[in-house]
Write a protein that binds this ligand. Structure first.
Ligand code: FES
Length: 105
């Protein structure tokens, strides 16, 4: 399982999503509740960037229709989205935030 460097840990602000592109895949990185999460940046309901939404209670909210996705599982908390968004394993090494796109969890 290959990890790639997504950004520096010091570039992340608590509860403020950061969008990065990894091998052409848009990923939203979120530091919250003492952990860093990586979630696919596109809502499963329509083509909306989740990194433009708000983070609360370990969930990221899609600003367009209000579905929230659990940062640990990618599952939506409610309609209109019904399908999960992929989430990816994250490792922190020093100031490097590493993400593995190969394995969705
Ligand atoms: S586009 Fe995200 S909930 Fe509709």
């Amino acid at each position: 399982m290959a990890y790639v460097r997504a950004c520096g840990l010091s570039e992340l602000e608590e509860d403020t999503p950061k969008r990065v592109e990894l091998d052409g895949t848009p990923v939203s990185l979120v530091q919250t509740e003492g952990e860093v999460f990586a979630i696919h940046d596109i809502c499963s309901h329509a083509n909306v960037s989740l990194s433009e939404g708000e983070v609360e209670d370990c969930q990221i909210e899609c600003w367009l229709h209000g579905s929230s996705f659990d940062l640990r599982t990618g599952k939506p908390s409610g309609l209109p989205a019904t399908r999960p968004v992929p989430v990816y394993p994250v490792k922190i090494e020093g100031d490097d935030v590493l993400v593995s796109l190969n394995q969705e969890s």
